[in-house]
Design a protein around this ligand. Structure first.
Ligand SMILES: Nc1ncnc2c1ncn2[C@@H]1O[C@H](COP(=O)(O)OP(=O)(O)OP(=O)(O)O)[C@@H](O)[C@H]1O
Ligand SMILES: [Mg+2]
Length: 327
């Protein structure tokens, strides 16, 4: 196997709040190969965004990376200097945040904002920078890009602004793009279209992507591999088709069963019972056990480790679901 571009090892990112320690990310490990697209999924509060912010070195007090490694091309970002991280962000690792409407400056033209990124992160001259900006806007589906460079963010529709944000994230041709719910604010039809454009652009650059989403339908279409987070831990990971067709962890199965299936005349919507527990006071054993139809006595005392399940699929469960087994 080729060396991973990114190797996250036993990452722990905690927030020390007055109300207690939030172990938002608590022992997360995964590898990302060059050119690979990984989906990071799970319910709200699972730790998806905190994983992304940790990789980018954007955890502020009361948050702290307590332990583990974030090896990017072999360099540990968890212990890199702020200076080094600033150089890596934007140039080698691009990012699209969960709330992208706040990432554009309202009083600068789109062209000026794009040009600034390239001046900061490349040696291109003014003409080459402009050409790159036009090319990138076109590649995310913005026509008459040369004219649009002179426009301000408010002169774009929401969907077009979102394309601009994505174009900026990819402008310096980063080797890794972290996209945190990049299209959640948009119409469903536009979401798929923009995600496909991103995916194509990533493939053309030979870059890798972490796509953070709670939408398993998006994951099924867009990613190669999927990592499922629950209460700050990886509960399942593997090739996307295998995980979606034959999920091993009861939590993953619950997520998949709650996708509306247009093939069924009646919506067969099952909800995972119960709610995500408070991560400040997680009980011993498996964090999912109170909601789990398969839980037994051992689940209350022993937290299951992530173990190989079948092929490249791993699960952290004492009683993983076998392929073909009914729910
Ligand atoms: N600055 C902070 N201070 C305290 N707790 C935080 C902070 N940021 C995140 N958390 C907590 O960390 C946990 C994980 O949050 P995170 O934002 O990573 O979830 P998520 O999986 O991205 O959820 P969503 O799908 O809603 O975006 C949550 O319990 C959240 O409340
Ligand atoms: Mg989030």
């Amino acid at each position: 196997m080729t060396a991973p571009l990114l190797s996250v090892r036993d990452l722990r990112t905690w927030f020390h709040t007055f109300a207690g320690t939030v172990k938002a990310v608590n022992g997360v490990s995964f590898d990302l190969a060059p050119g690979e697209v990984m989906g990071l999924v799970g319910e709200s509060g699972g730790g998806k965004s905190v994983v992304g912010f940790s990789i980018l070195g954007l955890i502020d007090p009361p948050g702290r990376i307590e332990g583990g490694q974030i090896l990017f091309n072999g360099e540990d970002l968890a212990s890199a200097s702020e200076d080094r991280l600033r150089r890596i962000r934007g140039r080698e690792i691009g990012m699209v945040f969960q709330d992208p409407m706040t990432s554009l400056n309202p009083v600068q033209t789109v062209g000026a904002q794009m040009d600034e990124v390239l001046r900061l992160h490349t040696d291109l001259d003014a003409a080459a920078r402009k050409a790159r900006c036009i090319e990138m806007l076109e590649s995310v589906g913005i026509s008459q890009a040369a004219d649009r460079l002179r426009a301000y963010p408010h002169q774009f529709s929401g969907g077009m602004r979102q394309r601009v944000v994505i174009a900026i994230a990819m402008l310096a041709r980063p080797r890794l793009l972290i996209a945190d719910e990049p299209t959640t604010a948009l119409d469903v039809t536009i979401q798929a279209q923009i995600l496909r454009l991103m995916r194509r652009r990533i493939a053309e650059d030979g870059a890798s992507m972490i796509l953070v989403t709670h939408d398993l339908a998006v994951v099924a279409e867009m990613v190669d591999r999927v990592t499922v987070l629950y209460c700050g831990k990886v509960v399942e990971s593997g090739p996307v088709r295998q995980v979606i067709d034959t999920p091993a962890h009861p939590y993953t199965r619950g997520l998949i069963d709650s996708i509306p299936n247009p093939a069924h005349r009646l919506p067969r919507l099952k909800q995972i019972p119960g709610t995500v527990p408070d991560v400040r006071a997680l009980p011993a054993g498996c964090a999912f056990r109170a909601r789990c139809p398969r839980a037994q006595a051992i689940c209350a005392t022993d937290a299951p480790a992530l173990r190989p399940h079948r092929g490249e699929q791993s699960a952290a469960c004492h009683f993983p679901v076998a392929p073909g087994e009914p729910a």
